[in-house]
Write a protein that binds this ligand. Structure first.
Ligand code: OGA
Ligand code: ZN
Ligand code: ZN
Length: 398
């Protein structure tokens, strides 16, 4: 098989050989042997030429200047040679594209492939968070991949048997760097006589996300149980995307309010003053909910909303907040020493029941990392699998 330069560091096994190319006015159509077809605009192809004049071969970043070409550029010839696509552009610039790379990046029939799974929404019927062996994920990349995939799709997970030699930061660093905040790189959740937050009391904590008070709310949260001899203090997880769906289906008017009217959030503190204003449901350009912001004790007095929208804002807030307590949506479990729950803090709400320390101590240790780190790790684990598949395939064909 001919191997060709691509514009990145990944590998693209050929699922099927490229068969033929058909040129139209502004794009071409490629057909593979297995019947898969995809259209690519000429402008897109010229923009993605992987040759050494267009891409720096060490950084793999583009040196090509998009404005240097005519937007209506067309190749003077297009051929499939040895399973590769060869294009010759005006001025005799030649581009050769790997067929596996083209297929991976095809965009005409469906979005380009990405190993990061789409969210799978869940409710109480899930029974328990996807559960994995905490020792295995620390040392074994297959175990890491299984855990990271479930965390990305379900937004929540439970690790059991995290060895005493590893702290919560070691677990997070299997995904990527730990995100620092004013609460410290690693923070302790214990009932204290002089707490700086309700989390460090024995009070119940209603379903919430951490730090909606920040412009960039941490993407992944880890809570590692070191000691739990207290009475009560049960752990609760609720899928915020599922709640958003429920509001959309039952009260579309309030859903609209949650997506558009902001709330004010604040972290009341003696030594810092973090505030942010954002709708409770944050949506992307397709209208899909990408982030949930809800934290009852982290609300500032609502002042950013026009006077005549304040009651509507309260009605919407009360509706989704009431749903977050509904047992139909909740996973409830008790953390024991060595358990670590890891969840998407921009999607999943977490809560804890009140506890009494009379029977014994309760100590969790937490930290944050980011969705970006999880997704990058997932892609790297998939890339490693593809490299291995190509290596096995090349070795066996020798
Ligand atoms: C927190 C928190 C949960 C718990 O510290 O933000 O939600 O079980 N803690 O103590
Ligand atoms: Zn080029
Ligand atoms: Zn919390």
């Amino acid at each position: 098989m001919t191997h060709v330069n691509t514009a990145d560091f990944d590998v693209y096994p050929r699922i099927s050989q490229l068969l033929r190319v058909e040129c139209l006015d502004r794009w071409l159509t490629l057909r593979w042997h297995d019947g898969f077809t995809a259209r690519f605009h000429y402008l897109w192809l010229r923009d993605n030429c992987p040759c050494e004049a267009c891409v720096h071969q060490v950084t793999k970043e583009q040196t090509f200047e998009l404005l240097a070409i005519d937007a209506a550029i067309k190749p003077v010839s297009a051929n499939v040679v040895d399973g590769l696509l060869n294009l010759v552009w005006p001025g005799n610039h030649q581009s050769t594209y790997d067929s596996g790379w083209l297929r991976y990046h095809s965009y005409s029939e469906s979005p380009a492939a990405d190993p990061v799974p789409q969210p799978i929404l869940w409710d109480a019927a899930l029974g328990a968070p996807p559960t994995f062996d905490g020792a295995a994920i620390l040392t074994n990349d297959d175990a890491l991949l299984a855990w990271a995939s479930a965390l990305a799709s379900h937004g929540c997970s439970l690790l059991t048997g995290v060895p005493k030699s590893a702290n919560v930061g070691d677990v997070a660093r299997r995904l990527g760097p730990v995100r620092d905040t004013n609460f410290g790189l690693l923070w302790d959740v214990v009932a204290e006589p002089d707490p700086v937050t309700n989390a460090n009391t024995a009070l119940p904590l209603p379903p919430h996300v951490d730090l909606p008070t920040r412009e960039y709310q941490p993407g992944i949260q880890l809570l590692h149980c070191l000691v739990n001899e207290a009475t009560g203090g049960e752990s609760i997880l609720v899928d915020g995307f599922r709640l958003a769906d429920e509001v959309k289906n039952t009260r579309p008017d309030l859903y609209e309010t949650l997506c558009t009217i902001p709330w004010d959030w604040a972290n009341r503190a003696k030594t810092s003053d973090y505030r942010f204003t954002s709708p409770i449901l944050v949506t992307n350009t397709q209208g899909t909910v990408t982030e949930v912001r809800l934290g009852n004790w982290l609300r500032a007095p609502l002042t950013s909303v026009p006077f005549d929208q304040v009651e509507q804002a309260y009605a919407a807030y009360r509706y989704i907040f009431a749903l977050s307590f509904d047992d139909r949506f909740a996973l409830k479990f008790r953390l024991g020493p060595g358990d670590c729950m890891v969840f998407d803090n921009r999607r999943i709400l977490h809560a804890r029941g009140a506890f009494s320390g009379e029977a014994g101590h309760r100590h969790l240790q937490g930290c944050y990392t980011e969705r970006d780190e999880l997704y990058s790790r997932l892609r790297m684990l998939h890339r490693a699998q593809r490299v291995e598949a190509v290596r096995v395939c090349t070795t066996s064909s020798l």
